[in-house]
Ligand binder design. Structure first.
Ligand code: GDP
Length: 425
């Protein structure tokens, strides 16, 4: 059976924790999109980890970790991550890398950095991991698949020359930077080849066979619905689809095999990068939620930058769940709200004097003002509680209020960062 674990919002909802937890019963965990630009923070018996490329099932010895064809594969980062987890006592991961995955090249990172600098105040808030230039090249058909590392030398060199010709025009004329060195690029790629060779295979075929043998497969999404290039807050989005539907493409398996779509929704909002964020809060109120949020504060796992904070947004989350095709909502980080006397929730957007509960396109989103309803807090620590009935009444009311507004069943409630902090309903 194939399950997808995806985000309803702007990312950082706690997908890593949910994947690590659900991986205990999985055989295979697949990353199907994105790259090392976002991180998943995971707390388990080995310690606390920020994963960027490795699937979050990697801590379970029974799990095979797959880097799917849809991923932006940064080979040095992947191998540093493997080295890092092994140095902390995690057994060597069983890893497979798709022969169709494309590679983030050193120049993608340079181009990302140069473009952010060129855009200055109008930048997209990129993490400068090369993701946008990488996906641009993929669709411009000048990217490099892992399989090309195994081509004849002459074939690969000819392609490198062709790609450099285009890149060098931009480097010289737009960014005024030094040109690419073709020989150095070839050497780098040969180093990449040595690193990945033991792991490369046709992962789509591997997954097809695994499905036929009845294996349990998790598809792990990165970021969330609102960062999807088609359905998110374009252009303040990421460069690959963050939706469960793309799991079929980025892993290479039949769409009808995805039987469960677990959409992770955080009990309050946070966002990174620029873009409209209707329920955003500021000042001391935001500072307190940021510092108390997540596990040790809401700061980027990749960049360390402070996340923007806001109240739970029913409009964005209802949409985020719908566009994912949600079968189950995992409602996370609820424990963090225990300090509040009252908890505002955004239940509608007022746009040009009219209130809507339907998430609008970006131009209208920019004009939206939050309609807030205030619920009573529960004023206690709910960590350690295992049964839904044992949660304080106001806490259950908060969950049920949100479930009603978003219209999808909250079947799991996460009340702490570790694997066991989970309440099934
Ligand atoms: P991801 O990108 O969706 O995997 O999200 P992050 O890695 O940014 O996860 C959010 C943060 O919340 C991490 O630091 C997690 O350890 C933490 N976390 C996840 N679930 C919970 C929870 O239920 N309670 C608390 N307090 N922290 C959680």
């Amino acid at each position: 059976m194939v399950k997808a674990i995806v985000g309803a919002n702007w990312g950082d909802e706690g997908k890593g924790k949910m994947t690590d937890m659900l991986a205990q019963e999985a055989d295979i965990v697949v990353r199907f999109q994105g790259g090392a630009n976002a991180g998943h923070t995971i707390v388990n018996k080995y310690g606390k980890f920020a994963l960027h490329t490795l699937p979050s099932g990697v801590f379970n010895e029974n799990v095979t970790s797959v880097i799917g064809n849809g991923v932006a594969l940064n080979i040095p980062i992947l191998f540093n991550e493997i080295k890092d987890i092994m140095s902390k006592g995690v057994p060597e991961p069983k890893l497979l890398i798709s022969n169709r995955a494309q590679m983030v090249m050193p120049y993608h990172i340079d181009f990302d950095t140069y473009e952010e600098a060129r855009l200055a105040g109008k930048s997209f808030g990129s993490t400068k991991s090369g993701i946008a230039p990488f996906y641009s090249d993929k669709y411009a058909k000048i990217g490099f698949q892992v399989s090309e590392l195994f081509d004849d030398e002459a074939v690969l060199k000819e392609k490198i020359a062709r790609v450099c010709e285009i890149k060098n025009v931009m480097l010289e004329d737009l960014y005024h930077k030094p040109k690419l060195d073709e020989d150095k690029l070839y050497e780098t790629m040969m180093e990449y080849k040595k690193m990945v060779e033991p792991y490369v295979c046709d992962t789509s075929l591997y997954l097809w066979n695994a499905i036929r043998k009845g294996k349990n497969i998790l598809l792990e999404g990165q970021l969330g619905s609102l960062k999807d290039p088609d359905h998110g807050i374009y252009p303040m989005v990421t460069s690959s689809s963050t939706l469960a539907a793309y799991g079929a493409i980025g892993a290479g398996l039949p769409p009808y095999e995805i039987k469960q779509i677990i959409t992770v929704c955080k009990a309050y909002s946070s966002a990174v990068g620029a873009g409209a964020f209707v329920s955003e809060i500021f000042g001391e109120e935001a500072e307190e939620l940021r510092n108390r949020g997540g596990d040790g504060g809401e700061y980027g796992a990749t960049t360390g930058r402070p996340r923007r904070m806001g109240w739970f947004d029913c409009v964005a989350s209802k949409y985020g769940c719908r566009i994912q095709g949600t079968t189950d909502v995992a409602f996370t980080v609820l424990d963090v709200l225990g300090y509040l006397d009252e908890i505002p929730v955004c239940t509608g957007y007022e746009i040009d004097g009219k209130v809507t509960t339907d998430f609008p396109v970006t131009s209208l989103l920019e004009k939206a003002k939050p309609v807030l309803e205030v619920l009573p807090g529960w004023k206690c620590d709910i960590r350690g509680i295992k049964k839904y009935e044992d949660l304080p009444e106001n806490c259950r009311k908060y969950i049920e209020f949100i479930e009603d507004k978003i219209g999808f069943p909250i079947t799991m409630v996460s009340n702490g960062p570790s694997r066991d902090d989970i309440i099934y309903r």
